[in-house]
Write a protein that binds this ligand. Structure first.
Ligand SMILES: [Zn+2]
Length: 201
């Protein structure tokens, strides 16, 4: 069962989302019944999604915010959820060619860049390279130093009557941008892969 993906039986829940004014008078997104786990260490608010892996059909294009975040932080295989493959050259990653470079293109280091896709174990990497049509022409590589870069998610802006309006396009948020963080609702953790080496599966 694909570990990181979301399922058609799981649903995003923004019913508790509202504009809260903090003790300095600065407004921003919050949940009415906010719990500590709703924010990450950088103060970014995370999208809530119900937890029912296996119910309905997998949505391969949409990862579950919590499972994706866990897989990234704990270096779990995005497919089976077991520890990702690691050697002296680092953790194993698999990408459609060129995709992971979307954010920080660097022609001198073609395997380096930002990704929302957690690492993989070697068994799943081989299976995925053969079976996943959306990977097209996959590249496998190891990263010795995957760095926490930021988040991907939605931006909400309140209108004149205080109703929250989501911006049409989701966006990337580098950690440390305090102003942008206030209106951001993360749904994926973004890792910058550095010290990369190509691998043949
Ligand atoms: Zn695996």
């Amino acid at each position: 069962m694909p570990f990181s993906v979301s399922w058609t039986g799981e649903h995003t829940d923004i019913s508790q989302l509202y504009v809260r004014t903090d003790h300095k008078g600065v407004p921003g997104l919050a949940y009415r019944d906010e719990r500590p786990e709703d924010r990450d260490r950088h103060g970014v608010l995370w999208a809530r999604m119900t937890w029912a892996p296996g119910s309905g059909k997998p949505r391969f294009a949409d990862m579950h915010p919590l499972r994706q975040r866990d897989a990234m932080l704990l270096k779990l295989c995005q497919v089976c959820g077991k520890p990702a493959d690691r050697t002296r050259e680092g953790w194993l990653f698999l990408e459609a060619r060129g995709e992971h470079m979307a954010n920080l293109p660097d022609p001198s280091a073609p395997y380096q860049g930002c990704t929302s896709k957690p690492p993989v174990c070697s068994g799943c990497a081989q299976l995925a390279a053969r079976m996943c049509p959306h990977l097209g022409d996959p590249v496998a590589f190891r990263s010795r130093k995957p760095l926490l870069w930021g988040a991907f998610g939605g931006v909400y802006i309140p209108n004149r009557v205080g109703r929250l309006i989501p911006r049409a396009q989701d966006d990337h948020l580098p950690y440390g941008r305090t102003n942008a963080t206030r209106w951001f609702l993360a749904n994926q953790l973004i890792t910058e892969l550095t010290k990369c080496t190509p691998v043949t599966l």
